[in-house]
Structure formats: structure tokens, C-alpha cells
Design a protein around this ligand. Structure first.
Ligand code: CO8
Ligand code: FAD
Length: 388
């Protein structure tokens, strides 16, 4: 079981991230929510402080943090703003298959690119994870993108959808069928340079929340990729890579949901002590204080599920079930907590003048991306029935 309490190093990372979220992310969050502007300035500062790409192993120039540390950081960033946090954490998802399955050369080149230096324009290299398609989200095996081998290269054609950092990334992890008749064993993972001819990035999607994050469709038209960019050098290895990445990244996404809920709870608690009705602060009405109690209790429960699932991953154990527990519970919890925070604010909660309206809009995506809340339950049911 997970030991209770954080180590001194973990507390130091938490404090660095907490200060950064308070001083840099939160003050900018309203601007990015209103404009939808991509937060390059914040990402650059985060990169300079070592808060981006934290799981890149030390031998490739990174900090080599575990999933648990990444979760601790992710909660803090999300407390600041989940739109900005998602832009940051998308790199953790895109690098996960490479860290877990890449060849030495691939890791040196593509992980090194992210941590070695900034681009000529002074902003950091970003990466994106391209699995979902217009016709296939939950059902990953239903993707249609094809990669056909011709001598020393593969030619990739197909359409990806809802890709976070789609227009900002320097390289993509792309899942495509090399053998469409072989089921999931016919799926192959590729690292594709974003400036390869034949790639076309769509317009920025106008989403309900997390406006700072960049979401795009990406089409691949006969895109030539060298055979050395087959991830892990293993044709047919794409499914294990894509699923393995989720086991690492779902706890991080779940932790971001905890961070959002913590922010909503803190706002609601402060407001409930200020706002008076019937001669007393609304916090003294039991119906309101019990909403706050449920928020505090469920945030803590979600955090424990998150940390346990990340810790198991760091021990080298399969954590598929625990990652799904954490993702489903934290996502549903964040939506409920954000909704109740709006309730505590009454009419003011519904207004863009107050912070909880944004948190409510931002919360919904946690039940959708990185596997919907329904799909997490599909995964849990398969795992628990298999155990029986
Ligand atoms: N590890 C290893 N093996 C696995 C795993 C795993 N995690 N999961 C499944 N397998 C194995 C199974 O054991 C099975 O093996 P076998 O054939 O030997 O029995 C085989 O793979 C096939 O598994 P299933 O039969 O379960 O396959 P299905 O096709 O029925 O269903 C899922 C699979 C689990 C439902 C899968 O399709 C899935 O995960 N769907 C959800 C997709 C998803 O999560 N998409 C997210 C896209 S990325 C995203 O949204 C990014 C958001 C931005 C994030 C930014 C912040 C980080
Ligand atoms: P569908 O799969 O069509 O599902 C529709 C509904 O049916 C959902 O409620 C779902 O839960 C339910 N459903 C489907 N199958 C079942 C079942 N077997 N049992 C019960 N219910 C079921 N993808 C990437 O690859 N990379 C990214 O960077 C990325 N970023 C994203 C960012 C945003 C803002 C968004 C909106 C999406 C992003 N996605 C990304 C895609 C995301 O992972 C998918 O939207 C998600 O997995 C759901 O797929 P779908 O939209 O096709 O919905």
C-alpha cells in the first residue's frame, strides 16, 4: 500500500508548483478563458522552471519524476487553471508511449528535443497524442488511419480529431493500422514530425471550457515517415503503447480534476462565510455546510485514489483498474463539486463575474477526454470480472 505523507522532495515539487500556480497561472487564467489565446508565455516560464515534461528520464535530460510526482504537480497546475494545465499535461500523455516503449535513438531525439532547449522563437517544443478520429473515440480499435510500408518508409493517411496541442506540437504520437486484418495486433505507433509534408491541421475547436487549450483535427495525406520512426521499432506494437500510455496519464488527468475541485471548494467555502441570509452566513445553514462537507470529503477520496494508482504504476505494477477508479471518480466528483460551488454562490455563481462559472464549464471535459466516465466503468468491470 501507499505510504502516507509525502517525502521532502515531493513536498518541494508541490511547493514549487503551488507557488507557480498562484503567482503565474491563476492571474492569467481569466484572460486565456476569455480570449482562447494559447498560453505560450506561461508554458515558457514553466519549461524554464522544469515544470514541463517532468517524467522525461534523467538520461535524456529530464527530471525523471514518477507518475506520483507528476500527479502532485498536475493538481497544483489545475488549481491555477485547467485550460493551461491541459496544454502543459498533454506533453506527459504524448511522451508516455515514447518513455515506456521507444528505442534509445527515438528517446534521445524526441524526448531530448523537449528538454534540451527552446525553439528559435523562444517557446518550448510541445507534443501531441493522436489516437482519436472523427468516427472512433471510445472504440480505439475502430480507427481507420492506415500506414503502408514502401521500402524504408511508411505512408500514413487518415484523419485524427480532438487533438490537444494539435497546432502547437513539434511531433506527434500517431496510431495507425499497418495490418487492418489483424485486429488490435495490426495497430502500429509512429513518431511523426509535425512539419512533414501532407499534414494539415484544422481550425481551433471552440469548446465549452478549458479555452486556453488548443484542440484540432489533423489530416494525414500520404505522409512519409521513415521506418526508424516506428515506435519501439515494433510493427503491431501500437495498441500496447496507446493503452500503456493511458495507465500512466489517467492518474495525471484525474489529479487535475482534483485540483479543479479544490479550487471550486475553496471559492465556495470563502463565499459561504461572507454571504449572509436570514441573519447569518450561509455556511451556518446546514444544507450549505453539508454541501461543503461532501466537497471536502470527496476531494480527499479522489486524491487518495489518484495517488494510489500513480504509486502502483511507479512500482512497475499494472494499475489499469486503479487508474480507471481514479479517473472515473475524480472526473465525476469534479463536475459535482463545481456544480455545487455554483449553487453555493446562488445567482452570482451563474455570472461570468465570479470564478465558479468558469470552473463549472472547465470541469465537464474530465468526464470525456482520456476515456469517458462510461468507458472507465467498462474497464473496471472487465478487470474485476477477470479477477473473479
Ligand atoms: N495495458 C495492457 N493491455 C491492455 C490494456 C492495458 N491498459 N487494456 C487492454 N489491454 C489488452 C486486453 O487485456 C486485451 O488483451 P487480450 O486480447 O490478450 O485479452 C486486449 O488489450 C484488448 O482489450 P479489450 O478487449 O479490452 O479491447 P476493447 O477494444 O474492447 O476496449 C478500451 C478497449 C479499454 C475500451 C479502449 O478502447 C479504450 O481505452 N478506450 C478509451 C479511449 C480513450 O481513453 N481515449 C483517450 C484519447 S487521449 C485524450 O483524450 C487526451 C485528452 C487530453 C489530455 C491532456 C492531459 C494529459
Ligand atoms: P464516443 O466514443 O462516440 O462516445 C459517445 C458516448 O457514448 C459517450 O458518452 C460514451 O461514454 C458512450 N459510450 C461509447 N461506447 C460505450 C460503451 N461501450 N459503453 C457505454 N458507453 C459508451 N483524443 C486524442 O487522441 N488525443 C487528444 O489529445 C485528445 N484531446 C481531447 C481534447 C478535448 C477537448 C476533447 C473533447 C477530446 C479529446 N480527445 C483526444 C478525444 C477524447 O478522448 C474522446 O472524445 C473520448 O475518448 C470519447 O470519444 P468520442 O468523442 O468519439 O465519443
Amino acid at each position: 500500500m501507499i505510504g502516507y505523507g509525502l517525502s521532502d522532495d515531493q513536498k518541494m515539487y508541490q511547493k514549487t508548483a503551488r507557488d507557480f500556480a498562484r503567482d503565474v497561472i491563476r492571474p492569467a487564467s481569466e484572460h486565456h478563458d476569455q480570449t482562447g489565446e494559447y498560453p505560450w508565455e506561461i508554458l515558457t516560464k514553466a519549461w524554464e522552471l522544469g515544470l514541463l515534461n517532468t517524467m522525461v528520464p534523467a538520461e535524456y535530460g529530464g527530471l525523471g519524476l514518477g507518475a506520483l510526482e507528476a500527479c502532485i504537480l498536475s493538481e497544483e497546475m489545475a488549481w491555477g487553471c485547467t485550460g493551461i494545465g491541459t496544454a502543459m499535461e498533454a506533453n506527459q500523455l504524448a511522451t508516455a508511449p515514447l518513455i515506456m516503449f521507444g528505442t534509445e535513438e527515438q528517446k534521445k531525439k524526441y524526448l531530448g528535443m523537449l528538454v534540451d532547449g527552446l525553439k528559435d522563437d523562444g517557446t518550448p517544443h510541445m507534443a501531441a497524442y493522436c489516437v482519436t478520429e472523427p468516427g472512433a473515440g471510445s472504440d480505439v480499435q475502430a480507427v481507420k488511419t492506415r500506414a503502408v510500408k514502401e521500402g524504408d518508409v511508411y505512408r500514413i493517411s487518415g484523419q485524427k480529431m480532438w487533438i490537444t496541442n494539435g497546432a502547437k506540437a513539434s511531433w506527434y504520437f500517431v496510431l495507425a493500422y499497418t495490418d487492418p486484418d489483424a485486429g488490435y495486433r495490426g495497430l502500429t505507433g509512429f513518431i511523426v514530425d509535425a512539419d512533414t509534408p501532407g499534414i494539415e491541421v484544422g481550425r481551433k475547436e471552440i469548446n465549452l471550457g478549458q479555452k486556453a487549450s488548443d484542440t484540432r483535427s489533423i489530416s494525414f495525406d500520404n505522409v512519409e515517415v521513415p521506418a526508424e520512426n516506428v515506435l519501439g521499432g515494433k510493427e503491431g506494437g501500437g495498441w500496447a503503447q496507446a493503452m500503456g500510455a493511458f495507465d500512466k496519464s489517467r492518474p495525471i488527468v484525474a489529479s487535475a480534476a482534483v485540483g479543479l475541485a479544490r479550487a471550486a471548494f475553496e471559492h465556495a467555502r470563502a463565499y459561504s462565510l461572507e454571504r449572509t441570509t436570514f441573519g447569518k452566513p450561509i455556511a451556518r445553514h446546514q444544507a450549505v455546510s453539508f454541501m461543503l462537507s461532501d466537497m471536502a470529503m470527496n476531494i480527499q477520496a479522489a486524491r487518495h485514489l489518484v495517488w494510489e494508482s500513480a504509486w502502483l504504476h511507479d512500482q512497475g505494477e499494472r494499475n489499469t483498474k486503479q487508474a480507471a477508479f481514479a479517473k472515473a471518480f475524480a472526473a465525476d466528483m469534479a463536475v459535482k463539486v463545481a456544480s455545487d460551488a455554483v449553487q453555493v454562490y446562488g445567482g452570482y455563481g451563474y455570472s461570468t463575474e465570479y470564478p465558479v462559472e468558469k470552473l463549472y464549464r472547465d470541469s465537464k471535459i474530465f468526464q470525456i477526454y482520456e476515456g469517458t466516465s462510461q468507458i472507465q466503468r467498462v474497464i473496471i468491470s472487465r478487470e474485476i470480472l477477470r479477477e473473479a
